[in-house]
Design a protein around this ligand. Structure first.
Ligand SMILES: Nc1ncnc2c1ncn2[C@@H]1O[C@H](COP(=O)(O)OP(=O)(O)O)[C@@H](O)[C@H]1O
Ligand SMILES: [Mg+2]
Length: 245
């Protein structure tokens, strides 16, 4: 098991954002985590990244407990998190932003090759490699943070709503790149989205999070077939009358 989250509870002040959540990702797997706004998806990623501490439960990565490690140590172990709002370094150029990704893996000799490969994947970024990141469109900034995360050569990359605010064509492109990179580099992916997206078609397993708890887990087919996703999303079976609660 590459990532093993066991029975964690996480609070923001008085608010209990996650209650007894367990989630596991094996080496090489692609796992989707779905859930409506406020379900606790970002809290789960922040906890994995070391930005937020669990009150109870354990988080292990590569067989070691990471629950007490600072974010930079967790990143160095190969767990990369792409947060939901695009955090680019706006006063740096596109290329400088990408080089920060490389820098996270100092000593690795294939960096320049990887940089070229990433620029091949994202021709928009290649065109604008000398522009300030601040001048990119929202979609381009999203590509930049994903590209930067890939360049840090993570073992696992966790993406928080990578499709948010992107045109459907761009979303497809981003997913194609992730799939391709995954196949070439034996990358493990945890993809967080609000609703079912095309990521489900190449996911091995799916978790549905709702109100801070894992509501369902299974194969993409199981999740879709049983309409559970819709129930999870709307809070009632899609065929039932919409009563007041
Ligand atoms: N910094 C914070 N302070 C207080 N409450 C927060 C904070 N961040 C998130 N929450 C609350 O925690 C719950 C889960 O939020 P979040 O993890 O952002 O869910 P999601 O990413 O699924 O939309 C929500 O009720 C949200 O309001
Ligand atoms: Mg979120």
């Amino acid at each position: 098991m590459l990532l093993s989250i066991q029975d964690i509870s996480v609070h923001h002040g008085q608010i209990c954002a996650l209650r007894g959540v367990s989630l596991h990702v094996r080496q090489g797997e692609t796992v989707s985590l779905l859930g409506p706004n406020g379900a606790g998806k970002s809290t789960l990623l922040w906890t994995m990244a070391g930005a937020v501490r669990a009150r109870s439960g354990t988080v292990e990565f590569g067989g070691r407990g990471i629950g007490d490690l600072p974010p930079e140590s967790i990143a160095r172990l190969g767990l990369a998190t792409v947060p939901e709002r695009r955090r680019v370094f706006s006063s740096l150029t596109v290329e400088e932003n990408l080089r920060l990704g490389l820098w996270a893996q100092s000593g690795y000799r294939g960096g320049e090759h990887d940089l070229h490969q990433v620029l091949d994947y994202f021709p928009k970024l290649a065109e604008r490699r000398r522009s300030l990141a601040a001048r990119l469109s929202g979609g381009e900034q999203q590509m930049l943070v994903i590209a930067r995360a890939l360049l840090s050569r993570p073992r696992l990359i966790a993406l928080d709503e990578p499709s948010f605010g992107l045109a459907p064509m761009v979303v497809d492109q981003v997913y194609d790149i992730l799939q391709d990179w995954r196949a070439r580099r034996n990358l493990t992916l945890l993809i967080v989205e609000q609703t079912a997206t095309r990521a489900l078609s190449f996911s091995d397993r799916v978790y549905v999070l709702r109100s801070g708890q894992i509501e369902h887990t299974g194969s993409p087919a199981e999740i879709c077939d049983s309409e559970r996703l819709e129930q999870a999303y709307f809070g009632f079976p899609s065929t039932a009358p919409q009563g007041r609660s």
